[in-house]
Structure formats: C-alpha cells, structure tokens
Design a protein around this ligand. Sequence first.
Ligand code: CP3
Length: 351
Amino acid sequence: MISSLLPAAVNRPVDHVPVWFMRQAGRSLPEYRRIRGNGSILDTVRSAELAAEITLQPVKRYGVDAAILYSDIMVPLTAVNFGIEITQGKGPYVKEPFRSESDLARLRRLEPETDIPFVIETVKLVVEELRDSGTPLIGFAGGPFTVASYLIEGGSSKNYIETKTMMRADPSLFDRLMNNLAVMAVDFLTAQVDAGAAAVQIFDSWAGILTAAEYKRFVLPSVKLIMDSIAYFGVPRIYFALSASHLIDQIAVSGCDVVSVDWKMPLSTVKGQLQKSGNKLSVQGNLDPTYCFAPWDAIEKEVMRILMEGEGRGHIFNLGHGVLPGTDPEVLNRIVELVHSVTPGSLVGSV
Ligand code: CP3
C-alpha cells in the first residue's frame, strides 16, 4: 500500500486514510528494547545507524503511512550545550534553568552540520531505506513554548509557575527566548528537510495550558515564524498541542497545514471550526491512547467513529497523544489494518 500521508495532509483525495502513531518509535516495541541498551536516549540518537533502525522498526512492523524520526525535542538544546540530561524513564532535566537575561547568551545559534551531524545522517539513512516504498519520513521540532517550559522550569512541570511568571514579569525576555527557540526550530527542521524529510510536525504539547489571549500574545508569533520560514520547502506542516480546543482559531492562522488534535474534541467540531475561519486545513488524530488497552470490540467501534468524523478526506488517523508505554504492539497492528481496510468514499457525509 503506497502511503497517502502527503496528499491527505494537503486535503487532496486519497485511496485510503493514512495512519501513523505519535511516539511509535521506541516505547512499546520489544525489538526497540532489545537494541536500545540502558544509556540515555541522547546516546542512542548520536548513533545514526541505531537511530535509523529504531525509526524504521514501526514502519516495518505496522505498515504505517509515515516514519517519524527517532530523536527528541531537546536534542538541539543539548547540541548547543545548554546543559540538559535525559535519564531513562524520566523527562529532560536542565541543570541550570533559564531564569534571566544573561541566560540568553547560552542559546547560541544551531549549526546543524557540526552540532547535529548524526541527525542529518539518520535522516539520510532512513530516507534511503524508504525510497522504494515511497513512505515519507516526518521530521520534527519542539514548539518554542513547550521547549521554553523545560528550560525555565528545569524539567517536567505540573503548574508551570516559573514559565508563566516570566511571561508576566519580564515579557520582553520571554519574547526573546521564544524568538531564539523558534529560530532554533527552523534550523533544526531545515536540516531535516534538506536531508530528505517529507513532512514536519511541531510538538507543542504543553501550549494548551495557556489562555487563548496568552497564546495569541506569547506563542503564536513564534509558531508563525516557524511555519512561514519553512513554507519555502513546500513540505506539509503539522502542529500538535494537547488540550488546545480553545486555541483552534489561533492555530488555524499559524500557517500550518494540519492540526493534530487530542481526543477531547470531536474531529468534526474541529473541522467545522477550521472551515469557519476560511481554512481548508487537514486534521490529525484522535484516538485516546488509553483505548489501546480496551477490548478489541470497543477499539474497533471507536476507530470507526473517528474515521467517520474524518470523512475520508483531509484526515490523518493518529492517536490524540503518544503511544503509551505498555501498549500491545498487536493492537496497533490491528488498528492500522482496520484503518487501511476502509474505503474513504464510504465515509463521506457519514456524520
Ligand atoms: O509526548 C509528547 O508530548 C511529544 C512531544 C515531546 C517529545 N519529547 C517528542 C519525542 C515531549 C514533550 C518530549 C520531552 C520528553 N523527552 C519527555 C516527556 C517528559 C514530560 O514532561 O512528560 C521524555 C520522557 C523525553 C525523553 C525521551 N524522548 C525518550 C526516553 C524517548 C525515547 C522513546 C521513549 O519514549 O522511550 C524520546 C523520543 C521522542 N520524544 C520522540 C519524539 C517525537 C521520537 C519519536 C517516537 O518516539 O516515536
């Protein structure tokens, strides 16, 4: 089956609804755990052969319509020596968080050829391997807000107090940080697209914690900067944030081609809202990742409901967030088979 991800991303007709899973590389795959070892993910991504193999594992096993680069949103920051550790089982840890003007000096411009040659090499290896099948590789970067939250908080956070306080106490410093991180994302994405990535996704997982007004003032300009800067390449741009239904109108004007939504809002509602703002953007999503632990009958019903909401056009099937550790790979396999078995024409007008 030839991938339909690229036409679906720009709302063109498809012969099947494309499907891939956020965080499909790693996490639940036994073949991943076998080759991964115990070190930090940062060591694994520095080996292009290993990272390429891990990127390809879910494509081989599931027959998904896209590969997603095995890397992390914090990789460019570690490459400019911001001082970040990622230990196994835990998220990023920043030894000296970003707290004042002087910390801007620690964020020098990324030079992909010398800072992240292993990412460029991984992309080339994967693209070469996928050439005959025509399966696209999705490159990615972290959204400036999500990356900023790790830099300012020093790691994962529950209430984002430091981040929100900086926004309110020193908006100009916060703006400069966001701008620097947007430029870094553009440099990171450009390197991946130059090496052969055929689509990109911005993971802005935590942007949904802001109000619509805060998002518009503090986040949208940097997201727009990224989208506009990479428009030149003509690759589809996917934008993902969790719990962001209150931000859809803003995301609609960010310049992205695809809005990836979590499971809390029906796809048909999101589609309707996007059309209202005059946009023909595609949508991605939105099976609750915990559904993968339910009995198959329940999963099947939910997948079919989501496919009908997607109407077989301008829809990329995915989870509403990443694959959870402990997910049975066989379930993901069956979901791919089910999505691929449905004729898109039979879904039109079914809502
Ligand atoms: O899950 C999301 O919300 C997506 C965005 C995101 C990524 N990394 C993308 C990613 C976020 C928020 C991160 C930060 C991060 N990095 C976390 C989450 C911490 C938190 O606050 O909840 C973690 C645990 C890491 C470290 C990390 N990243 C590991 C250990 C791995 C290897 C695979 C695994 O999950 O064990 C990654 C890979 C990773 N992070 C990918 C992406 C897109 C690679 C692609 C893939 O896994 O399919």
